[in-house]
Design a protein around this ligand. Structure first.
Ligand SMILES: *Cc1c(COP(=O)(O)O)cnc(C)c1O
Length: 393
């Protein structure tokens, strides 16, 4: 979501180019409808925002503390520490388990660029591995890339379902830290345990388009360790334990009161909203199953999928996306280029062919609109347009 929505704000959050084709019988269908989400909670939001403003608790404060407690409880972790955004959350989570200069961190090649960026910002080297057909990091390959310098591995819970964290643990042993990237999986479960509760530490993002999204940038780090939580709290706030008492060199990456207030409201609705995503996923399955050209997303055994994105695979993907966009359907690609082929990561010295599964999937994947409140009519229109597109190829 992030790459599209970030780049595409001006182009509209619906992921379309804003033009309406005369051929569509339906209004534009966005990839994610954030204004609908706001309309559902607008009155509650206005009340709490007025309260935050009246109390002038703009950065950290009681609303932040309250949301941190609520979110930790929800995820099944002892502590949640609110930070400025999800990228910072990954970086701070990595630092909290000691990742620094000279270390290696293993992560999947098919993730949003932020996961790899955070590793580099710690001074460490990203070591990429391929994913499986279910888009999740391949635990067997993780074991092959272990060296004496491996400090951590980041299972990314991509598209709304959790990576096989227990298999990753088995592959790396007890000495290597597991840092969950749970940015796309708020509320997802694996064998009954929530995203954010399985690793040594976890990071998440509340970017507006995520399943639990703020009204601006926000993120959180989750940990069961009291000592790590205290150190993370200091680090996000200039390394201070109390005002003017700076015990380490930190950063300024704090959660705002306004964001926390909105997040508390949305957290109380997250399960219901994730259920709506699940119903929408079932419906897409029914609408598209018979078309042999479309490969539908599967749920990996043990997982409760929360459908941050609904990613199908189709032939002639680029044409399909652009035709759907022209017809007012906010289809997207997450992500068109695996990390190792991005110019920013050419320093890693990887080449095309290094991660064949991630590369092949990146050319076939297509994200269809999915969000709480998507209507049957909208899904019908998306399915019809996709079927029509593929029949014309
Ligand atoms: C969104 C996202 C991030 C980064 O979060 P921001 O809040 O946008 O900085 C990191 N990892 C993954 C997998 C994401 O989807």
């Amino acid at each position: 979501m992030a790459v599209e929505a970030q780049a595409v704000h001006a182009v509209t959050l619906d992921g379309t180019d804003g033009r309406r084709s005369d051929m569509n019988a339906h209004p534009p269908i966005p990839l994610v409808d954030l204004s609908l989400q706001h309309r559902r909670i607008a009155e509650d939001v206005e009340v709490v925002l007025r309260d935050v403003m009246a109390n002038a608790e703009f950065v950290l404060g009681s609303r932040v503390e309250r949301f941190e407690r609520e979110f930790a409880t929800y995820c099944g972790a002892r502590h949640a520490v609110g930070v400025g955004n999800g990228t910072d959350a990954v970086e701070i989570a990595l630092r909290s388990v000691g990742v620094g200069r000279g270390d290696e961190v293993i992560l999947p090649a098919n993730t949003f660029v932020a996961t790899a960026e955070a590793v580099v910002r710690c001074g460490a080297t990203p070591v990429l591995v391929d994913c499986d057909e279910d888009f999740l990091i391949d635990p067997a390959l993780v074991g092959e890339r272990l060296t004496s310098r491996t400090r951590a591995v980041i299972p990314v819970h991509l598209y709304g379902q959790m990576a096989r964290v227990e298999a990753v643990r088995e592959a790396v042993g007890a000495e290597v830290a597991i840092v969950e990237d749970a940015a796309q999986a708020q509320g997802a479960e694996r064998f009954g345990r929530r995203a954010g509760s399985l690793g040594d530490v976890a990071a998440t993002s509340f970017y507006p388009g995520k399943n639990l999204g703020a009204y601006g940038d926000a993120g959180a780090v989750l940990t069961d360790s009291d000592a790590a939580a205290e150190s993370i709290r200091a680090f996000r706030n200039h390394g201070g334990v109390r005002k003017h008492e700076h015990v380490q060199i930190g950063v300024n990456s704090r959660l705002d009161g306004i964001q926390a207030a909105v997040l508390s409201i949305k957290l109380s609705l997250l399960d219901a909203w994730n259920k709506e995503r699940q119903s929408a996923a079932v419906r897409y399955q029914e609408l598209l199953a018979e078309n042999e050209q479309i490969a539908l997303p599967a749920v990996t055994e043990g997982n409760e999928h929360v459908w941050h994105l609904y990613v199908v695979r189709v032939p002639n993907r680029d044409r399909a996306v652009s035709d759907l966009n022209t017809h007012g359907i906010g289809a997207g690609i997450h992500y068109p280029t695996p990390v190792h082929l991005l110019p920013a990561f050419s320093v890693l010295g990887c080449r095309e062919g290094d991660f064949p599964v991630a590369e092949r999937l990146s050319k076939e994947i297509l994200s269809l609109p999915i969000f709480p409140g998507i209507t049957e009519e909208q899904q019908d229109a998306v399915a019809a347009a996709l079927r029509l597109e593929l029949s014309g190829q």
